[in-house]
Design a protein around this ligand. Structure first.
Ligand SMILES: Cc1ncc(C[n+]2csc(CCOP(=O)(O)OP(=O)(O)O)c2C)c(N)n1
Length: 322
């Protein structure tokens, strides 16, 4: 993959901003009681989804998690159908029957979000096996939080992926907390060594720096596509909001000062904007124009979804599996 040019970085900035503003709108839908259920916001983690997906082709696969809106958008989902799904409308990606935590978009290679922690690790590994058996050069990326490191399926899959040299990339988004518990209270030892025990190359990368994320992802994609087998990438990141939209008072598990530092000093969008301005790729006016365009896209998308019809009650048992 060739080195990204200025336009590519601006596209990635736009993609990160789309996720940020989408998520802020989701929070508004929740607090104004227009959205059924909860949502787990990705605000603060945007550089991971965008950096990784920018290294993929449309026909490469991803699997996602309960905190999946960013992955879906970064892989090419459209804002209007995403909002429609969250609001339970027929125009949504799962005809309104999946909601926030189950969005799938086969056309863009998104095999689906999964609310079961580590639930999609087997699916992503299976997709990689399928690509290999079919003789394509598709790559499969499995996004999961560091909480999934406590699930046995992760290691069963890594074992098979290493033995069979499957084109799968295990992307651990370490945002420090498994719900309300710091990962150091749940996860023993050196995480990178867990993958290395299977002979899987493993790197830890700053997940707030989209350029570093893309570089690490591109190397793993190249390795997977050329038959080199699986990789494990751990991106250190931070969710700026609660575990879900209802998690308002967080001081019993993390301090306001810690949240302030990550939001003010480690924000991935602000960091990229600074680089783009300082290297002359953009100026404040051009970034403002991008923001205006994305705000329009978001407000038109949410209007579309609010006005869209619900599916007919007659099709309640269609397209659902148990
Ligand atoms: C198998 C399973 N156990 C427990 C839960 C409840 N649960 C939902 S999210 C979560 C923590 C997830 O933490 P992590 O994987 O680090 O992802 P993050 O929420 O930080 O993005 C838990 C325990 C679940 N959904 N699935």
């Amino acid at each position: 993959m060739s080195a990204p040019d200025g336009q590519t970085w601006l596209g990635m900035y736009t993609s990160m901003l789309r996720i940020r503003l989408f998520e802020e709108q989701v929070n508004d839908l929740y607090t104004s009681a227009k959205m059924p259920g909860l949502a787990h916001l990705y605000i603060g983690e945007e550089a991971v989804a965008v950096g990784v997906c920018s290294a993929l082709r449309d026909d490469d696969y991803i699997t996602s998690t309960h905190r999946g809106h960013g992955h879906c958008l970064a892989k090419g989902a459209s804002v209007d159908r995403m909002f429609a799904e969250l609001l339970g409308k027929e125009a949504g990606y799962c005809r309104g029957k999946g909601g926030s935590m189950h969005i799938a978009d086969q056309e863009k290679g998104n095999l689906g979000a999964n609310a079961i922690v580590a639930g999609s690790v087997g699916i992503a590994t299976g997709a990689a096996l399928s690509a290999k058996k079919r003789g394509t050069d598709q790559v499969s990326v499995c996004f999961f939080g560091e909480g999934a490191l406590g699930q046995g399926i992760v290691y069963e899959c890594m074992n098979m992926a290493a033995l069979w040299k499957l084109p799968v990339i295990y992307v651990c988004e370490n945002n420090l907390y498994n719900e309300y518990t710091h990962y150091r209270e749940t996860t023993a030892g050196d995480i990178a060594l867990r993958a290395q025990a299977f002979g899987i190359p493993s790197v830890e990368v700053d997940g707030q720096d989209v350029m570093k994320v893309r570089e690490a992802a591109a190397a793993a994609v190249q390795r997977a596509r050329s038959g080199g087998g699986p990789s494990f990438l751990m991106f250190m990141t931070y969710r700026q909001r609660g575990h879900h939209v209802g998690d308002i008072d967080r001081t019993y598990y993390r301090s306001k000062d810690e949240e302030r530092r990550w939001a003010e000093e480690r924000d991935p969008l602000r960091a990229l904007a600074q680089v783009l301005i300082s290297d002359g790729t953009a100026d404040a006016a051009s970034l403002d124009r991008i923001e205006e365009e994305v705000r329009t896209e978001i407000s038109e998308g949410v209007k579309f979804a609010l006005e869209a019809p619900y599916p007919s009650p007659a099709e309640v048992t269609e397209d659902v599996y148990a």
